[in-house]
Design a protein around this ligand. Structure first.
Ligand code: PPE
Length: 337
């Protein structure tokens, strides 16, 4: 946290922090996977590139070089002795003034890590999840930069997912302001029809997901034609298969939308093949995608010992699975360079 290694319980910020009042921060979510070469962060550079561009849009000057943040991400994983985990770097305007303009607010930089199993439930990965079209529309990219991962932007996602869960669905699907599909509260969407993949892009107010990008590449390598265009609700309802992509959600099949079954109402064969290929990439089994894996142990090997600051803590806001809300094991710490 801001250049130091801090135990979870002491990693606090003041109530006058600008970000608390106005959501003025940007963040990333990445996953570290266990591979034959030790733990490796999937597409670390792409995530940090997006963090820096999100920060630039909001005028947050990150006072560290990208290489320093890469090393800090690895360090927090090593010091926690994690083989696999979720990593959440966040940069935000801290305490300085409370005008909407963040003048005189310092930029705080924190990296958190914790074990995070499946996002939409372990069963969801195999059987698919039920989703509902949200009454909340995704904000238009002219209202807020949808390609940036800004903290305050997630109030839109939060409204949508709470409504969906309250109505018994695993996830919300937000339409854009024109009524086309945008994305899930925390995932991009793909449709499979007649052996072809369809997805939308930033013209439809989505975050351009890094998992989406990986799946586009994997699908191409598997020989599936992919079309990127506006998607209507009808495209989804008449699809053979559909799935979400996201760092937390990975590749999760969609089984139903508002009680209408998609295809057979379970994970389809194309989704399964892409899911398998994705996990082969993240686990290092498929060497073609080895360049997407950033090996945690390659740097700073001298300091690779477990760290005594890691302590008992179970962050209540962390749900391993939206269905089972398992608690992660203790031992999380933050670090920044
Ligand atoms: N759209 C949104 C709105 C989104 O939040 C995510 C990631 C994606 C698409 C997929 O992006 P990518 O992870 O680069 O493939 N959502 C993150 C936050 C989840 C959360 O609950 O917090 C994530 O998956 O890490």
């Amino acid at each position: 946290m801001n250049g130091g290694l801090v135990p979870w319980a002491s990693a606090t910020t003041h109530v006058s922090a600008h970000a608390l009042h106005y959501g003025s921060g940007v963040f990333e979510g990445m996953r570290c996977y266990e591979t034959p070469d030790g733990p490796a962060v999937f597409r670390l550079e792409s995530h940090l590139d997006r963090l820096y561009s999100s920060a630039e849009i909001y005028g947050l000057e990150i006072p560290y070089a990208q290489e320093e943040l890469s090393e800090a991400v690895c360090e927090v994983i090593r010091r926690n002795d994690f083989n696999s985990c979720y990593v959440r770097p966040i940069c935000y305007f801290g305490s300085g003034s409370l005008n909407v303009h963040p003048r005189s607010c310092p930029v705080e930089v924190v990296i958190l890590a914790w074990p995070w199993a499946t996002y939409l439930g372990a069963a969801g990965l195999e059987q698919g999840v039920r989703v509902t079209v949200s009454p909340w529309r995704k904000f238009h990219s002219r209202m807020m930069p949808t390609t940036a991962k800004g903290c305050g932007q997630y109030l839109n996602s939060m409204l949508a997912v709470r409504d969906a869960v309250d109505r018994g669905y695993a996830e919300a699907l937000l339409l854009d302001s024109e009524g086309n599909l945008a994305e899930g509260s925390g995932e991009n969407i793909f449709i499979v029809r007649d052996g072809q993949l369809l997805t939308n892009d930033d013209r439809h107010s989505i975050l351009l997901g890094i998992t989406r990008d990986a799946v586009l590449r994997i699908a191409g390598d598997l020989g599936y034609p992919v079309e990127v265009r506006a998607l209507e609700l009808d495209d989804l309802i008449s699809a053979d298969e559909a799935f979400f992509t996201g760092t937390a959600a990975e590749v999760t099949p969609i089984s139903e939308v508002d009680t209408i079954r998609i295809g057979r109402g379970s994970r389809g064969p194309v989704t399964e093949e892409i899911q398998q290929a994705f996990f082969d990439a993240t686990s290092g089994r498929d060497r073609r995608y080895a360049h997407w894996l950033y090996r945690v142990d390659l740097v700073g090997i001298e300091s690779n010992q477990s760290f005594p600051l890691a302590q008992e803590f179970t962050p209540e806001f962390v749900e391993c699975s939206k269905e089972s809300a398992e608690k992660p094991p203790s031992g999380e710490i933050f670090i920044a360079p």
